[in-house]
Design a protein around this ligand. Structure first.
Ligand SMILES: [Ca+2]
Ligand SMILES: [Ca+2]
Ligand SMILES: [Ca+2]
Ligand SMILES: [Ca+2]
Length: 437
C-alpha cells in the first residue's frame, strides 16, 4: 500500500494534469468541466523573448527561503510552523523558459519566475474543521509596490486509501505588513475560491474523487496591494474526511513572487532598462509595463504615448548654452537616490558614455538638476533622452539593464540652438543655463 501524496500542480493543464491519490494516478480530464468553477484565463498572454530575462532564483530550507528577482531585489521568506507542524521537504522550482503557459498565474508563470515548495506534515488535523499550518513572512531588500504572489498547487491530503483519507482545502490569510498591512487583490486563477482583501479561501468544501487546482488544490495570482518591505501570510487547511480518515496529514505550500516593473520605451538601438517599482519615482509617479511577463523587452513606443511624467511637452525642447545643458527633474524619493540622464547628442541611436549626466538626490528633495557638458557641437533636431532614478551610485553607470528600485523614463526631445539667458523652456521643466564654472 502506498502512501498517498498530493503533489503541487505545476503548470496545470486541465487536459492532462493528474494527481496521485491512494497510489494511482487519477486523470482529471473532465473533472473540472463537471464542477461549477470558472477557469480564469490570461488574455493577451503572448509569447515573450525570454532570453532577456534576468536570473530569478530561490534557495529553500525548512526555516527560510531566499529568492532574487531579475531586478535584483532579494526576498527572504521566514517560515514559522504552528503547533506540531514540520517541514518534511523544502524544494525549489526554477524558472523554466520551456514551461507551458499557465492559465492560473499572471503576470509571471513558470517561465519567468522561480518558486519554492514546502511539504508541511504533522499539523493538528481537525476532522471537518480548520487547522492552522504555518505563517510565512516575506521580507524585501528594499520597498516594493504591489508585488504579485503566485500560489501554485497548494493543498493537501492524507490517508492510505481513497476510501479512508482526508483532503485539506487550503486558505491563506493576510496577517500583517510593514509599514502597513497590504491587501490581496485577485489578478488571475483561484477557481472555486473567493479572494477578499484579507483572505483567499474556498467558496465551499465538499467530497471529491480526485484533487486538482481548484479542488482541494488551489492556483492563482494575487497582487499584494501596497508599498511594503514585509508582509506575513498564514496558511490554513480545512479537513474533509473520508471513511475513517487517513494518517500523516500533508499540505503543500507552493509560492512564487514577482514584482511590477517599469520598462524603458525608446527604440531598440538604445537598449532596454527595467526597474522594480518601489517607493521612489521620477516625476510624481510611475506606472508598470509588461503586465503579462517579466523581462526587459524594448517597448519602442512612439514619443508621447507613455505614462512618463517627469518631462512634459511632446517633444520637449532643450537648448544649448556654451555646450552645457541643464535639466531640472522633479522627483519623489523615499530612499537615498541618484538621477542619471543620457541624451543622444550625436544622433547615433545609442546612449554613449560621454552623453551622461549624474546627480545625487538630496534627502527630501523634490527635484534634481542634471548638467551635461558636451565636447562637440550637438546636432539640432529630435533626439532621445533617458532618465533613470536609481538607489546606488554604482547603478548610474549604465543606461540599460535591471535596477532594484526607482524608475526609467524615455523622452523624445528637440535639441535647439539656445542663447545665453534666454528662457527656451516650452514645458517649464527644461531650461538652458550658462555654465557655472
Ligand atoms: Ca515605461
Ligand atoms: Ca514618472
Ligand atoms: Ca549617442
Ligand atoms: Ca517610467
Amino acid at each position: 500500500m502506498t502512501t498517498p501524496r498530493g503533489r503541487p500542480v505545476r503548470g496545470p493543464r486541465s487536459d492532462r494534469t493528474t494527481i496521485d491519490i491512494g497510489g494511482s494516478k487519477v486523470a482529471i480530464r473532465g473533472l473540472l468541466a463537471g464542477l461549477a468553477v470558472v477557469l480564469v484565463g490570461v488574455p493577451g498572454l503572448v509569447p515573450a523573448a525570454y532570453a532577456d530575462v534576468g536570473p530569478s532564483s530561490f534557495t529553500n530550507a525548512a526555516a527560510t527561503a531566499v529568492g532574487r528577482t531579475p531586478s535584483g531585489v532579494t526576498v527572504t521568506v521566514r517560515k514559522k510552523m504552528i503547533g506540531k507542524t514540520r517541514v518534511a521537504s523544502a524544494e525549489v522550482l526554477p524558472a523554466n523558459p520551456a514551461a507551458d503557459d499557465d492559465e492560473y498565474l499572471a503576470p509571471a508563470n513558470a517561465k519567468t519566475a522561480a518558486g519554492f515548495i514546502d511539504l508541511y506534515e504533522d499539523f493538528a488535523a481537525r476532522p471537518g474543521g480548520w487547522s492552522d499550518v504555518a505563517t510565512l513572512t516575506f521580507t524585501f531588500s528594499r520597498p516594493v509596490r504591489d508585488p504579485s504572489l503566485h500560489v501554485f498547487g497548494t493543498g493537501g491530503s492524507s490517508g492510505a486509501s481513497t476510501a479512508n483519507r482526508d483532503d485539506f482545502w487550503p486558505a491563506i490569510d493576510m496577517v500583517s505588513g510593514l509599514p502597513v498591512k497590504p491587501a490581496f487583490a485577485k489578478t488571475a486563477g483561484f477557481p472555486g475560491y473567493r479572494v477578499s482583501a484579507g483572505t483567499i479561501e474556498p467558496e465551499r468544501v465538499y467530497s471529491v474523487r480526485s484533487t486538482t487546482c481548484g479542488v482541494v488544490y488551489t492556483c492563482g495570482t494575487v497582487k499584494v496591494a501596497g508599498t511594503v518591505t514585509e508582509f506575513t501570510i498564514k496558511l490554513r487547511a480545512r479537513d474533509v474526511r473520508y471513511g475513517a480518515g487517513g494518517t500523516n496529514p500533508q499540505v503543500w505550500g507552493s509560492f512564487k513572487l514577482s514584482l511590477t516593473e517599469d520598462v524603458s520605451d525608446a527604440p531598440v538601438s538604445y537598449g532596454a532598462a527595467a526597474h522594480a517599482i518601489g517607493d521612489s519615482f521620477l516625476g510624481r509617479s510611475v506606472s508598470a509595463d509588461h503586465g503579462a511577463a517579466v523581462g526587459t523587452r524594448v517597448r519602442g513606443l512612439p514619443a508621447g504615448t507613455d505614462d512618463d511624467d517627469a518631462v512634459t511637452g511632446s517633444p520637449a525642447r532643450v537648448a544649448s548654452c556654451d555646450l552645457t545643458y541643464s535639466l531640472v527633474v522633479p522627483v519623489r524619493s523615499q530612499s537615498p537616490a541618484y538621477v542619471a540622464g543620457w541624451i543622444d547628442f550625436n544622433h547615433n541611436g545609442r546612449f554613449d558614455a560621454d552623453e551622461r549626466a549624474v546627480t545625487r538626490v538630496a534627502d527630501g528633495a523634490l527635484a534634481a538638476t542634471l548638467k551635461w557638458t558636451v565636447t562637440q557641437t550637438p546636432r539640432t533636431g529630435p533626439a532621445w533622452m533617458r532618465l533613470r532614478l536609481v538607489t546606488s551610485a554604482g547603478a548610474t553607470a549604465s543606461p540599460t539593464g535591471w535596477a532594484d528600485g526607482g524608475e526609467v523614463e524615455d523622452h523624445q526631445i528637440e535639441l535647439v540652438e539656445g542663447t545665453v539667458g534666454a528662457d527656451t523652456a516650452e514645458s517649464g521643466a527644461w531650461r538652458a543655463e550658462a555654465a557655472t564654472n
